[in-house]
Write a protein that binds this ligand. Structure first.
Ligand code: MN
Length: 254
């Protein structure tokens, strides 16, 4: 399989290197990732400065790793445009240290890259591990290798990709796999307000609030020691609301 590999933590982060080294034994893997950490940039792209793409190791004859001075979504767009004559079979984004569940999906650069690939008609997976006692990147990379060999991502409807999150523990202690929906809630409600040495205020985001405790959710699965797999769609339209809005649209101009 031809795989484009990216993340939002930079081309040399442990999570992406675990996937790179595990998957390249059986697949043709091209790593195209930001040249520095770009966590929480969501699906942003770079419009206001020049983008560059450069081999990470110029001595590598296979030219299999590239760094981009942009966002994860830039890496997908530029990588597809400049490095692939035909689209790859799969795009993988991760492995992110820190779960991308619940509303964090909206902010995640890891998920943004997977969504960009999906918009380009390419199968994609976003992969993250919750912060925990052990970040078993190698174990999770092994799971992803097995997962893509089984091909469940190939049966998804168009415009749909998978968001995969694992608990922060060794793979051999994982309790199971759950197919989940995105949890609601967990909005970061508070800032920590502090004073710098010059007397000016500065702020850090506080911890997120509670999520809904529905056992069908991604957050619930990961907090119970399970790998969560959530199908995500690119279409943001609420199709259930269309009919009700169309009922009233005739009256909106009068
Ligand atoms: Mn990250």
């Amino acid at each position: 399989m031809r795989i484009l590999l990216t993340n939002d933590d930079g081309y040399s982060a442990p999570g992406i290197l675990a996937l790179f080294h595990t998957l390249r034994r059986d697949h043709e893997v091209t790593l195209v990732a930001p040249d520095r950490e770009k966590s929480a940039v969501g699906h942003g792209i770079t419009l206001n400065r020049p983008l560059r793409i450069a081999p990470v190791d110029p001595a590598d004859k296979k030219n299999s790793r590239y760094a981009v001075n942009g966002t994860p979504a830039d890496c997908i767009k530029l990588g597809l445009s400049e490095l692939f004559d035909s689209p790859p079979d799969l795009v993988l984004s991760g492995i992110n240290p820190g779960s991308n569940t619940g509303i964090n999906i909206n902010y995640s650069g890891t998920v943004g890259a997977a969504r960009e690939a999906c918009l380009n008609g390419i199968s994609s997976l976003a992969v993250s591990i919750r912060i925990g006692e052990v970040m078993d990147f190698d174990g999770m990379a092994g799971f992803i290798k097995h997962f893509i060999s089984r091909g469940p991502h190939l049966t998804l409807p168009p415009g749909t990709f998978l968001n995969i999150n694992a608990p922060g523990m060794p793979m051999d202690r994982i309790q199971g796999i759950r197919i989940t929906r995105q949890a609601q809630g967990n909005l970061s409600e508070s800032f920590e307000k502090k004073t710098d040495p010059t007397g000016r205020f500065y702020y850090w985001y506080g911890r997120g609030g509670p999520t809904d405790d529905d056992p069908e959710t991604d957050d619930h699965a990961v907090s119970r020691g399970c790998i969560s797999i959530t199908p995500i769609q690119c279409d943001l339209t609420n199709h259930d609301a269309l009919a009700a809005l169309r009922e009233i649209d005739g009256g909106l101009l009068h």
